[in-house]
Design a protein around this ligand. Structure first.
Ligand code: AGP
Length: 607
């Protein structure tokens, strides 16, 4: 959580820091702040709430200086407030931090005993005290003072510090939270994520665990915590800053919903082998003779993609698949080991629970294949292999294009395993490969036909509760539809397996509860219609999602949202689209902040 940015060079730092923070605000927006070193040391400006508040402060009084650090916060230790906002300045030292210092309580007690006064409730302020203490104690340089501090703290951090006494340099450290170095001409940047600095430079270095960096306008020196030099290759980023902007849409989420056909095409490109009726996992080998089971671990929307993946992989490879929430898996003393293929799905590649689950699985002997959208993020780096989704940066907090891109990656794995276990016959493989290749076109068709859903949103925006029902591959989509609505519309919603309604949830149905029923034609269609009739008999208001031209469904529903026909395994690519659009339209109709819903952050790097 939290976004960090740093700059040193010839230009005024404040506008560069604010521009970077704007692109990082998806990581948290409980408070924002900058510290810019001018002639009288670092001037710190901080405010509670979104970046707009800080921007207004800067309008009134812009801190002058060509070196600075900035932060946008997702609160962990200490409530959202100005006092808890970063940067934290102690003596000459200002610090910003993303992560958690786990042993902050004993450290704080020790520092207080030695007479130090704290002005916030955060764990981060500890680090500023430790660096200041070390400088006052005679540390020969700022970077050495940082190393002294790092030897005392445990936890996850991307830390960036400056000191009034060392006006030309920034120091930083990374352990389990992302940090990227940007190398410009006569200027150097630090950021939690590439889009924050992309308008200034394309040359970046992804810092690795345990890296300690000393940054000046001329570049950076990377060492470990003992001061031993480390080499990290610079890489050139191909996508441009505009790719991370809204591209004419009012919100990132809407842009990202409409980018899905392209995201799927890019994710399948070069990997879906039409002629060979196969899929290439880019060198990741699976020994199917010794494959006992597939275990999928993920959180949130990625978990829902995993639930669809179970249908896909069991359907093609006939290998048992279990799907687990990463936050449960890691604390359960899980039965996992050699013979298990673990697939870890994470859009951000940084989710703390999924990362810990990956480490747990590997420690117990399983091989781990990551699916992620962020190159070189922690989860891919901690896995045996990775299949990247090529969705492009996803800025809206509610995941859309990364979800369907994850489905595309899972389809590739399913085809690959099915061919190697021999359970997916060549003809069936040919049909599936062909259908998958057609999916982006069908998604475009569906998005065009569904339109903006403004009318529907006007009717349902005052609903207090929603139910989503689906069977088979559409059960996970019912869960995903409910999650999307909760996240951005703040309407209570539940997803159920349609057959489970009669075992309890049907008691919730009355004329005030809209029920979204996923009923595309295919296996289970007749059964879903029966479940739908049960809801109708209790006066439920029904929104059906069905195959284009299905009159039978239309006769049973108050409204139908149509999608093109597709085989059951691939229907989720299409059935999720009306649910994403509907949640978006309702959130807009309610005047909610669609891209940055309350209490949420884009990547959840705390447990
Ligand atoms: C999705 O809309 C959510 N914001 C959230 O559930 C997310 O999918 C979850 O936190 C997992 O994130 P990851 O894919 O980056 O690991």
């Amino acid at each position: 959580m939290c976004g960090i940015v740093g700059y040193v060079g010839p230009k005024q730092a404040t506008p560069i820091l604010l521009g970077g923070l704007r692109r990082l605000e998806y990581r948290g927006y409980d408070s924002a702040g900058v510290a810019v070193v001018g002639s009288r040391g670092a001037q710190v400006l901080r405010c509670r709430g979104k970046l707009a508040g800080l921007e207004a402060m800067v309008q009134r009084e812009m801190p002058e200086g060509t070196l600075g650090i900035g932060h946008t916060r997702w609160a962990t230790h200490g409530r959202p407030s100005e006092a808890n906002a970063h940067p934290h300045k102690v003596g000459s030292v200002s610090v910003v931090h993303n992560g958690i210092i786990e042993n902050y309580l004993p450290l704080r007690a020790r520092l207080e005993t030695s007479g130090r006064k704290f002005s916030s409730e955060t764990d981060t302020e500890i680090v500023a005290h430790l660096i200041d203490e070390s400088l006052l104690g005679g540390a020969p340089s700022l970077v050495e003072a940082l190393r002294v501090a790092l030897r005392q703290v445990h936890g996850a951090y991307a830390l960036v510090a400056i000191s009034d006494k060392h006006p030309g340099e920034i120091v930083a450290a990374k352990n389990a939270s992302p940090l990227v170095l940007g190398l410009g001409k006569g200027e150097t940047f630090l950021a939690s994520d590439v889009p924050a600095i992309l308008e200034h430079t394309r040359e970046v270095v992804f810092l690795d665990e345990g890296d300690v960096v000393q940054v000046t306008a001329d570049g950076a020196t990377i060492t470990d915590v003992e001061g031993k030099p480390r080499q990290r290759p610079a890489r050139s980023i191909e996508w441009d800053a505009a790719a991370a902007e809204k591209g004419g849409y009012p919100h990132f989420m809407l842009k990202e919903i409409h980018e899905q056909p392209r995201a799927i095409t890019d994710t399948l490109r070069g990997r879906l082998l039409l002629e060979d009726r196969d899929a290439d996992l880019e060198g990741f080998e699976v020994d199917v003779r010794n494959l006992r089971r597939v275990l999928i671990i993920a959180c949130g929307t990625s978990y829902h993609a995993g639930l669809v993946g179970k249908f896909m992989i069991e359907g093609t490879a006939r290998v048992p698949v279990e799907v687990d929430l990463a936050s449960e898996f890691r604390y359960r003393d899980p039965v996992v080991g050699a013979g298990d293929l673990v697939i870890a799905i994470s859009q951000s590649g940084e989710t703390a629970d999924t990362l810990a689950a990956v480490k747990e699985a590997r420690a117990r002997g399983a091989r781990v294949l990551a699916i992620s959208n962020v190159v070189d993020s922690a989860i891919p780096r901690s896995s045996n292999g990775v299949l990247y989704t090529h969705a492009g940066p996803e800025i809206g907090v509610a995941s859309t294009k990364c979800f369907t891109a994850q489905l595309a990656a899972l389809s590739l794995i399913a085809i690959h395993l099915g061919r190697r276990t021999g359970k997916l016959a060549p003809d069936a493989a040919a049909k599936l490969v062909e259908e998958l290749a057609l999916t982006p076109t069908k998604m475009t068709e569906a998005l065009e036909a569904l339109g903006d859903m403004k009318q529907l949103a006007r009717e349902y925006r005052y609903a207090k509760d929603f139910l989503f029902l689906g069977r088979g591959t559409n059960y996970p989509i019912a869960l995903e539809g409910a999650l999307k609505l909760k996240e951005i519309s703040y309407i209570h919603a539940e997803g159920y397996a349609a057959g489970e309604m009669k075992h309890g949830p049907i008691a919730l149905v009355d004329d005030g509860v809209p029920v979204v029923v996923l009923a595309p034609q295919g296996p289970g269609y007749e059964k879903v219609l029966s479940n739908l009739a049960e809801v109708r008999a209790r006066n439920g208001e029904i929104i059906g999602v069905g195959t284009k031209g299905d009159q039978q469904l239309a006769n049973l529903c108050d409204r139908v949202l149509s999608i093109p026909d597709a085989p059951a395994l691939l229907q989720p690519f299409l059935t999720v689209l009306p649910l994403q659009l509907m949640s978006y339209a309702i959130a807009v109709a309610k005047g909610n902040d669609v891209d940055q819903p309350r209490n949420l952050a884009k990547s959840v790097t705390v447990e």
